[in-house]
Ligand binder design. Structure first.
Ligand code: AMP
Length: 216
């Protein structure tokens, strides 16, 4: 299974991708996670990406494409992969399909998570994460057992810098301008399925599993 999760930031793609990756035994690749890891490690790539991420802008295509191609070429993706947060531009989508074509592969399905913008903003603003194990919570929908503390490592939860109100707006503008055209792009290729992203985590998960198993 080679799947792309497409949709606005904060819609819940990452939470569902973690579950599907584990339960369907396919490698989840999140460019956001990979970039944040590089930023934390202070690598050259991380330092280059940091400024763009803090401003809520996209990291240049060349950087992200290099990062993802390296992962896709590795043995961990042999059984398939699930891309979360990639591609985010038409250039990235074209490069991805060329890369896969060269290896005799193609994307099977693109799941587009749809949600009204006011709910997207509510979800991003309430998101909190553990700086150590990277577990993701939401103040209302996925609250930690003990307020403000990670269930697993008991570290104080933090809010991502780019989830703060001043950056959310620019991320949504960038999403509309750069990423939304991919909905039409994949629709034209006949591989897009729309998933209603509203409701609780388990509700969305049930719809998603039904969609993915029905298409197998
Ligand atoms: P995410 O965790 O997917 O919301 O990504 C966080 C940030 O990482 C984004 O706002 C971008 O700055 C950067 N980023 C993640 N994926 C991509 C991508 N495919 N292309 C460009 N920038 C990306």
């Amino acid at each position: 299974m080679r799947v792309i999760f497409l949709g606005p930031p904060g819609v819940g793609k990452g939470t569902q991708a973690d579950f599907i990756g584990k339960n369907f035994s396919i490698q989840k690749l999140s460019t956001g996670d990979l970039l944040r890891e590089s930023v934390d490690r202070g690598t050259t790539l991380g330092n280059e990406a940091k400024l763009f991420m803090e401003r809520g802008e996209l990291v240049p295509d060349k950087v992200v494409i290099g990062l993802i191609e390296e992962k896709l070429g590795s043995s961990e993706c042999r059984n398939g992969f699930l891309l979360d947060g990639f591609p985010r531009t038409v250039t990235q989508a074209n490069k991805l399909s060329l890369f896969l074509e060269e290896n005799g592969e193609a994307i099977d399905r693109v799941v587009y998570f749809s949600l009204p913008q006011c709910e997207v903003i509510e979800r991003i603003s309430g998101r909190r994460s553990c700086p150590k194990c990277k577990a993701v919570y939401h103040l209302k929908s996925i609250p930690p057992k003990k307020e403000g503390v990670c269930n697993v490592c008991e570290m104080p939860l933090i809010q991502r810098n780019d989830d703060k109100p001043e950056t959310i707006q620019s991320r949504l503008v960038v999403y509309q301008r750069e990423t939304e055209p991919l909905i039409q792009y994949y629709k034209e290729r006949g591989i897009l399925s729309e998933l209603d992203g509203s409701g609780g985590v388990s509700e969305v998960r049930e719809r998603l599993v039904a969609l993915l198993t029905q298409s197998e």
